[in-house]
Design a protein around this ligand. Structure first.
Ligand SMILES: [Zn+2]
Length: 190
């Protein structure tokens, strides 16, 4: 149940998009200066049908979603699972899923939202459901925030022994270099 394979199987587009939205729109360390709609388009590329429906009017809703999702990561990072669960439950109540079969190019597939659902409510629901599923499976301690100086990007820790501390190799290297400089400067001079 705590194996790597199990954790991987709980991650779907909801968690992937959640992490990407937070890091693009609710992080101090935002590395892109592309137009917001373009950034969202790239993030939603996991679901081409969503990209096709995206309009400029959806941008503020996705930014708001990013901020709400960041709150959840912050709460889980400081082990306040109750409060994170309360926010997720509010999101799931506001944007309920409606599982049903629909025919896609001749094949019956399970959909979770009516085809006329607006894009932003749908992604509120998809992200909330995936994060809720992770918490429900006991993975609430896998929600990470980068420990490098001046970085607050988030990640889901998929490492075997829950040892990931940084959002990226770049941050890991930055943190190592900072620690090295710190050691050099505190070493007593002879
Ligand atoms: Zn980082």
């Amino acid at each position: 149940m705590t194996g790597q394979v199990d954790l991987d199987s709980y991650i779907d587009a909801g968690a992937i998009v959640a992490v990407d939205l937070i890091n693009a729109f609710a992080s101090e360390r935002n590395t892109t200066d592309s137009p917001q709609a373009e950034v969202i388009e790239k993030i939603l590329a996991v679901d081409p049908a969503s990209v096709a429906r995206l309009t400029g009017a959806d941008v503020p809703g996705f930014i708001e979603l990013a901020q709400r999702l960041r709150q959840i990561f912050q709460l889980l990072h400081r082990e306040d699972v109750d409060e994170a669960a309360a926010i997720l439950n509010a999101m799931l109540t506001a944007h309920p899923a409606f599982p049903h079969l629909a025919k896609d190019e001749g094949l019956w597939r399970l959909h979770h939202h009516p085809s006329d659902t607006e894009l932003v409510p749908e992604w509120n629901s998809i992200c909330a459901e995936n994060l809720a599923r992770l918490i429900g499976a006991g993975y609430e301690n896998r929600f990470g925030i980068c420990s490098a100086p001046e970085c607050d990007r988030v990640f889901i820790d998929l490492s075997k022994n829950r040892s990931r501390r940084f959002c990226s190799i770049a941050c890991q290297n930055r943190a190592k270099a900072a620690a090295y400089r710190q050691r050099q400067s505190t070493r007593p001079s002879v």
